[in-house]
Design a protein around this ligand. Structure first.
Ligand SMILES: *[C@@H]1O[C@H](CO)[C@@H](O)[C@H](O)[C@H]1NC(C)=O
Ligand SMILES: *[C@@H]1O[C@H](CO)[C@@H](O)[C@H](O)[C@H]1NC(C)=O
Ligand SMILES: *[C@@H]1O[C@H](CO)[C@@H](O)[C@H](O)[C@H]1NC(C)=O
Length: 312
């Protein structure tokens, strides 16, 4: 191998190591863990969730995780990466203290171009709907167990209207009805004819059925985890201690963020390039890099979340 080809190989290796140090990605906001695909620092996580979450510090020095949607900024209460979802609260939503004096409300919405979806575990309650515009009628118990097989009327016989979570009183007559939202759009339409709304989600508590889910106020939003071979390689502990998946803030192309700097493949690249000045090893590394490049292009596997039918 000639001197020129060796220096060319070294240049290729150098190109995969963009500069000396990477800024660390914060891994929590208050008590909420932040990990792939989310981030609160630009350039970390998946570019699909860029500019969506932020961590703000309030006047009492507590950290608040916030979700940005077209309808506003909402406080995130929790994030689960195992059963991928977040829970947000809407300050304009009805709460027990309001009783029957409804405050002005506005519909929560999601940007449908993101990988977020309204969870089927949400149940919306609507208050004081105009019966000229909304079909309000008691539904049989069957509808509550299998909402997807039921019609689109708003159920005035709902379990939740009779047992408002964390509330000691019940709504009378047709002043409360429940409806399973198909999309955030249905909330906007319903709020044109109802005075207020509340979202209740069924939180999994891991108890035996039928006590495995408890109703809580909040909006559950499900998300997809984009899995790429490159990100899996980057996080691999055996390849240089494990990096953090991120992206180039200008081009949005993948970057593996490591203690030693940013790499287009995985953290081990740097060690191999620095420690082994042996031609054979260097040539081997380059082959490895090209193979990684070919592997990393495309091949998106999205987690298909199994949606369980809500059982009460
Ligand atoms: C590494 O990548 C991150 C995220 O794109 C960026 O903020 C940081 O400046 C980069 N560091 C270097 C040394 O290029
Ligand atoms: C947040 O989520 C975790 C994991 O799902 C759970 O163990 C914890 O109880 C949740 N915290 C709250 C306040 O709901
Ligand atoms: C209930 O809705 C009607 C319109 O359908 C409205 O006139 C009335 O003020 C509402 N009641 C309350 C308590 O907000």
């Amino acid at each position: 191998m000639s001197f020129h080809s060796i220096s060319l190989l070294l240049t290729i290796i150098q190109l995969t190591v963009t500069n000396s140090q990477s800024t660390l990605c914060r891994t929590s906001c208050g008590s909420i863990p932040i990990q792939y695909p989310f981030s609160i620092d630009d350039g970390c996580g998946s570019p699909y969730y860029r500019y969506i979450l932020s961590c703000s510090i309030s006047s009492d020095h507590s950290h608040n995780l916030q979700l940005r949607t077209p309808s506003g900024i909402y406080l995130v209460h929790n994030v689960s990466y195992i059963d991928p979802h977040i829970v947000v609260t809407d300050p304009f939503m009805w709460n027990c203290e309001d009783g029957e004096s409804y405050r002005p409300t506005r519909p929560f919405s999601l940007d449908t171009s993101t990988r977020f979806k309204l969870s089927p575990q949400n149940q919306y309650l609507f208050f004081n709907c105009s019966e000229e515009k909304v079909i309000v009628k008691p539904k049989p118990a069957f509808c509550e167990r299998f909402p997807e097989h039921c019609d689109s009327s708003c159920d005035s016989a709902s379990y939740l209207c009779r047992h408002l979570p964390m509330c000691s009183f019940a709504m009378r007559g047709s002043s409360c009805c429940s409806y399973y939202p198909k999309a955030t759009e249905s909330l906007r339409l319903m709020l044109m004819y109802c005075s207020s709304y509340a979202s209740v989600y069924w939180r999994n508590v891991g108890a035996p059925q039928p006590y495995d889910q408890v109703p809580e106020y909040g909006i559950r939003v499900d998300f997809d985890v984009p899995v790429t071979t490159r990100c899996l390689q980057c996080q691999d502990q055996s390849k240089g201690g494990g990096g953090t998946c991120g992206f180039d803030t200008q081009t949005q192309s993948f970057l593996c963020l490591c203690k030693e700097g940013n790499f287009t493949t995985h953290c081990n690249d740097y060690d191999t390039a620095r420690q082994n000045r042996n031609v054979h090893v260097i040539a081997g590394t380059v082959t490895g890099i090209s193979a990684f490049g070919a592997l990393g292009i495309g091949a998106f596997i999205w987690y298909i979340k199994k949606v369980r039918v809500k059982a009460q």
